[in-house]
Design a protein around this ligand. Structure first.
Ligand SMILES: [Zn+2]
Length: 120
């Protein structure tokens, strides 16, 4: 994920996290159709393909990630307004050269930070 996020900068990068029981088993990179440094729109065809892949592998969509190459380290008002799934929203943000990652649960127009366990 980080390699993709860093490579796409200064454009926002995005993708899906598939897994089971809150454990990520597969990161699926999705093209940012907006090709924007301040916004992401998942390419609908790639997103559909990703959903098919997840289903055919018996996994569930458990997270959506995107980056804020120059933006805040929290979910933006747009992110909250556009959050359409009951999944963890992962946001990569850049502070000078260092990337950091935070996770949020978005519900009822509120973003609540959740702890991420980053393993192997
Ligand atoms: Zn965002």
């Amino acid at each position: 994920m980080l390699a993709h996020v860093a490579q796409q900068a200064p454009l926002e990068a995005c993708g899906l996290l598939a897994g089971r029981n809150d454990r990520v088993e597969k990161v699926i990179l999705v093209r940012n159709q907006a090709q924007s440094p301040a916004r992401f729109v998942m390419d609908p065809y790639e997103q559909l393909q990703a959903f098919d892949w997840i289903e055919s592998h018996g996994l569930e969509l458990i997270g959506i990630f995107h980056s804020h190459p120059t933006g805040p380290d929290t979910a933006s008002a747009t992110d909250i307004a556009e959050a359409a799934y009951q999944v963890v929203y992962i946001i990569w943000s850049r502070n000078q050269h260092d990337w950091q990652v935070r996770g949020f649960w978005i519900e009822d127009d509120n973003a609540t930070e959740i702890a991420l366990e980053i393993g192997e």
